[in-house]
Design a protein around this ligand. Structure first.
Ligand code: 6GU
Length: 243
């Protein structure tokens, strides 16, 4: 997969050189390029923003630097258009299902807006060159798309073949079957008046699987009742059969 990120703060994306994603880049499993939007301006002050038509607070990102930047990363590849992800609190919600979907793409481009956002005509224009998807991490406001890109690239990148050493660990984690993950424990079995649940020491794998399933339901009902409403019981039994 190839990922291009356009931002006025390219240094914000430096953590993508670390850990699992950094290793995936070194191993050639992921090509990731960060581009400075200001490199695509033509004026002496490298201006990327201006005041909003209609008035109001803040500034809006000018369209032409964005068009120049996006044209330069669009690649001119035959066939399928790259996906342009526009991080925004006004986008569709990012979740594990969308991470899996985006992990199938050949090229993702992330356009990090700042200030009050990007001139909407960029989004309209970009439809001819990209599959455009405004995406939100959740119902809160960040100062710009960069932190959201860190989260999304990590969530997507770890799903690429070979990035996570043991692919089994993707099967049991939170959201993989629509429920939150069960609690986990390691040695010592007795620690500061807190014991590991006895069933996990029993060696009875049927009982352990049943306990873990029960804990997934209990946790999800308590912490994320919204997930219980859309929960697909079929997905759980499929995950069970694969366990
Ligand atoms: Cl994806 N971007 C911004 N700027 N703010 C957000 C967000 C994204 N998701 C939640 N808040």
């Amino acid at each position: 997969m190839r990922i291009d990120v356009v931002s006025i703060f390219p240094e914000y994306l430096a953590p993508l050189e670390l850990s699992l994603i950094g290793k995936a880049r070194q191993d050639g499993l992921l090509e990731l390029n960060v581009h400075d939007l200001r490199a695509f301006t033509t004026d002496r002050h490298r201006t990327v923003d201006d005041t909003p038509y209609g008035g109001g607070a803040g500034m809006v990102m000018k369209p032409e630097p964005w068009a120049q930047a996006l044209e330069s990363v669009a690649g001119g590849r035959e066939g399928s258009k790259p996906v342009l992800i526009v991080p925004s609190p006004a986008g569709e919600r990012f979740n594990q299902a969308l991470a899996y979907e985006l992990a199938e793409e050949e090229q993702l481009v992330f356009a990090c807006g700042r200030y009050e956002g990007i001139d909407e005509r960029v989004i309209d224009w970009a439809q001819d060159h990209f599959t455009v998807r405004p995406v939100s991490l959740g119902d809160y406001v960040l100062n710009g798309g960069e932190v959201a890109v860190l989260a999304m690239v990590e969530a997507i990148g770890r799903l690429l073949p070979g990035v996570v050493g043991n692919p089994e660990s993707l099967v049991e984690e939170s959201h993989s079957n629509g429920l939150l993950e069960y609690p986990v424990y390691t040695k010592p079995s007795a620690w500061r008046d807190h014991d590991v649940p006895a069933v996990l020491l029993s060696g009875n794998h049927g009982k352990i699987a049943q306990w873990r399933r029960h804990e997934q339901f209990r946790r999800t009902a308590e912490r994320r009742p919204d997930l219980m409403e859309t929960f697909d019981a079929g997905a759980l039994s499929r995950a069970d059969r694969n366990a």
